[in-house]
Ligand binder design. Structure first.
Ligand code: T46
Length: 142
């Protein structure tokens, strides 16, 4: 369920929790909760204190990010607007569409960020220069 539209191509969603006396379970399926075919899952964990990650955009990759343990802050920038969101629960998923610059910071020591991706790893899909990203997005920012 949509919780908050962060940017036109980036939104925070809530996950349905299947709970019973044993505890909780969340299931994420392609074309249901996750709006793209799932080709890859990766985890960012044991992040050292003060580390910032990301600082790139993707030309076509779509992702669904869930902080399954601990917390971190994701900052998204579409070349027009920059918004930050703290991810601190497996009950929320952040959809990041194509053409979004992202930065990750404020990882808690126990943070485990799980990312579901629409394609396999392709270095050619990365834009690692912010200037190049602004050109790509036709930004109004300087
Ligand atoms: C993103 C944010 C949220 C692989 O070999 N396969 C993979 O699937 C990934 C994601 C990375 N790698 C290699 C490439 C680098 O040698 O793992 C190393 C660290 O990757 P990177 O510096 O890109 O990690 P982050 O945390 O800056 O960015 C990652 C994703 O790359 C990126 O797509 O959106 O997490």
């Amino acid at each position: 369920m949509l919780l908050e539209q962060i940017l036109p191509n980036c939104a925070l969603h809530s996950h349905q929790v299947k709970g019973d006396e044993r505890g909780s379970l969340i299931a994420l399926e392609a074309a249901r909760e996750v709006p793209f075919p799932i080709e890859r899952v990766y985890f960012v964990f044991e992040t050292r204190p003060g580390v910032e990650r990301g600082f790139h955009a993707h030309k076509s990759l779509e992702q669904w990010a869930v902080c399954v343990s601990g917390s971190c802050v994701m900052t998204m920038d579409d070349g027009r607007e920059r918004r930050s969101v703290r991810l601190d629960s497996p009950e929320r998923g952040l959809y990041i569409g194509a053409g979004i610059w992202r930065e990750m910071s404020d990882f808690s020591p126990d943070a485990v960020l799980m990312v579901i991706a629409s394609t396999r790893y392709e270095e050619a899909d990365y834009i690692r220069s912010y200037e190049e990203f602004l050109d790509f997005s036709g930004s109004t920012l300087s």
